[in-house]
Design a protein around this ligand. Structure first.
Ligand SMILES: Nc1ncnc2c1ncn2[C@@H]1O[C@H](COP(=O)(O)OP(=O)(O)O)[C@@H](O)[C@H]1O
Ligand SMILES: [Mg+2]
Length: 277
């Protein structure tokens, strides 16, 4: 759908980007710069990719948007991150918590950290419903089981009561995706969301993320090193190298005529894979 003519847009006003990042820099230990003056935007209903080789700063950028850090991790941000017009840089952790979950949903590379080890996984999935609306536990249970079926978790009625350590990495990743899908956030940030999954499941999981974009008009920011995934789902991409955006554009353009050597290398890795199929 053309974003400018989306039904909810007010044609007399320029549309506010869902996410607008201006000159965002990230420092650790006061002086080490992990991300330098990154600017990017994501509109409602748009799928945008952050692409770069390992160590280019993709996860640093994804984490900086919602300022998701481990306790004790000391990170400084400069620049601006606006979500629906609200500035997030400079907010306290408790103010930021209001944006995480309902507004900005994360699907991380390592799903273990996102799950509570001492709570059954089904309870964690159903909390996205029970904590945000007044439905009964039975209703939340049924909706959770349906979502678990959608993400291909086997025997969901029984699996509901299992703990994270009893599941494989790929199953835990699907638990996180089920939780995010039920929360229906305005923006989903997915950091290598399918890297723990086998090829057959990858496609199905991408479909579930895309359904959030289509039916809920969510924005999806997908982080990956893999142009074949980018080509399947995103319309635009930003290429990161050493913490900077070195190139950006529509996917077809980047694939057809990459300008920077690092972009060319990522594209040719994808072309080689294509030839092998
Ligand atoms: N807390 C930290 N302190 C120092 N260096 C870090 C820290 N976190 C990440 N880095 C470094 O920043 C760079 C970017 O890391 P990362 O964002 O994880 O890259 P990517 O996700 O693209 O693989 C890497 O060189 C990594 O070693
Ligand atoms: Mg990473």
């Amino acid at each position: 759908m053309d974003i400018q003519t989306a039904p909810h847009s007010n044609k007399s006003l320029p549309q506010l980007p869902l996410l607008s990042i201006e000159k965002l820099s990230v420092y650790v230990q006061s002086k080490i710069c992990l991300l330098r003056e990154v600017s990017l935007n994501v509109q409602k209903g748009e799928v945008v990719a952050i692409v770069g080789e390992s160590g280019s700063g993709k996860t640093t950028l994804a984490q900086a948007i919602g300022q998701i850090y481990l306790p004790g991790q000391k990170v400084e941000l400069t620049g601006s991150v606006r979500f629906n017009g609200d500035e997030l840089v400079g907010l306290s952790d408790s103010a930021l918590r209001k944006y995480r979950g309902r507004d900005i949903g994360y699907v991380f590379q390592d799903p273990y950290g996102a799950l509570n080890p001492i709570q059954p996984i089904g309870m964690q999935i159903s909390e996205s419903l029970t904590l945000t609306s007044d439905i009964s536990f039975d209703e939340a249970f049924e909706q959770s089981v349906q979502m678990m079926e959608k993400v291909f978790l086997p025997n969901p009625r029984e699996l509901f009561w299992r703990y994270p350590h009893e599941l494989s990495g790929g199953m835990r990743q699907r638990v996180v995706i089920a939780t995010v899908a039920l929360l229906k956030p305005d923006l989903i940030i997915a950091d290598e969301p399918t890297s723990a999954l086998d090829a057959a499941l990858q496609q199905e999981i991408l479909e579930i993320l895309l359904e959030q974009v289509r039916s809920e008009h969510a924005g999806l920011l997908i982080v990956t090193h893999d142009f074949s995934l980018v080509e399947k789902i995103a319309s635009r991409a930003y290429v990161l190298d050493k913490g900077r955006v070195i190139e950006e554009g529509m996917i077809e353009e980047l694939l057809r005529a990459p300008q920077e050597p690092k972009t060319k290398a990522l594209v040719s890795a994808f072309r080689r894979l294509e030839c092998q199929v």
